[in-house]
Design a protein around this ligand. Sequence first.
Ligand code: TXD
Length: 311
Amino acid sequence: MQKISIVGAGMTGATTAHWLAERELADLVLVDVIEGMPQGKGLDMLETMPIIGRDVEIVGSNDYAATKGSDIVIITAGLPRKPGMSRDDLLSANADIVGKAATETLKYSPDAIYVVLTNPLDTMAYLTMKLNKLPRERVIGQAGVLDSARMRAFVAQQTGVSVENIQCYVLGGHGDEMVPLTRHSNVAGIPLRDYVPADKLEAIVSRTRKGGGEIVNLLKTGSAFYAPSAAVAQMTEAILKDKHLILPCSAYMQGEYGLNDIFFGVPVMLGRGGVEKIIEYNLDADEKAQFDKSAAAVKETHEALKKLVKI
Ligand code: TXD
């Protein structure tokens, strides 16, 4: 069996374990700093396996040694947003936590591929890659699958068409400047702009951009976790099954889209090596301007990180 370790056994971490156990992809390890919590959740999930008929080993621990030999390390450790906070407000607290999670896990799993979820997402993925001195293939941030799924859900509600027929592509940084690409998105091959009236589409784009905040405001004590963790599970499956699946993910830019030295949401082909290929869409002038604006916001957070951590 392959092995996946999830650092941070809170809402997103534990729910990721749940989705992954159902897929029977790999044995699972949950690590958290809270004593007893990852052990308790791990045991509860282990006891679920006979009911759902999956042969998966699940353990929880407060010790990184339990992660030894992982094929994939998923980092969800850190603080979530509270109402009124932006993702960037989490930078200094989460940089410490993610930095430790990244370096400690690498000691035990020198070949692991990292999937990062903690916010501010693009910058925490950047930190993981730089601190661990990893090739870019081995660090992927989750943002685009979630943001695109939100848009797909809203389009499905608006049109009454199955979610399976709706493809949406939300790229750019995982922040308020994310870029929902309405020209590339479609309903069963029909461009979204031809299928949904302009005013309705504008409302969907705006709701997508604020989708994370909408849930934070409802929950009040934390942020979304079902969809984010399902997104991580889909990415992880694509990697372990070597699917060559193209998903919108945050990846390290080396000239693609004219961008360099930032993590940014783009279509990425995922396979057993991690990032196998970055797909470059042709962008029109307006889309390019939105990309550049979003990239500038991400770059700013990367620069703020560099003032806090030597990388
Ligand atoms: O799309 C996305 N990228 C995101 C990101 C979608 C949803 C949530 N997103 C971010 O993930 C969110 O803004 C947070 O930064 C993380 C984790 O969110 P979650 O909702 O899972 O937060 P919880 O429930 O508070 O869980 C975090 C856990 C908690 O149990 C802490 O005890 C633990 O992290 N934690 C640690 N674990 C291990 N090691 C250390 N140092 C540590 N510090 C805290």
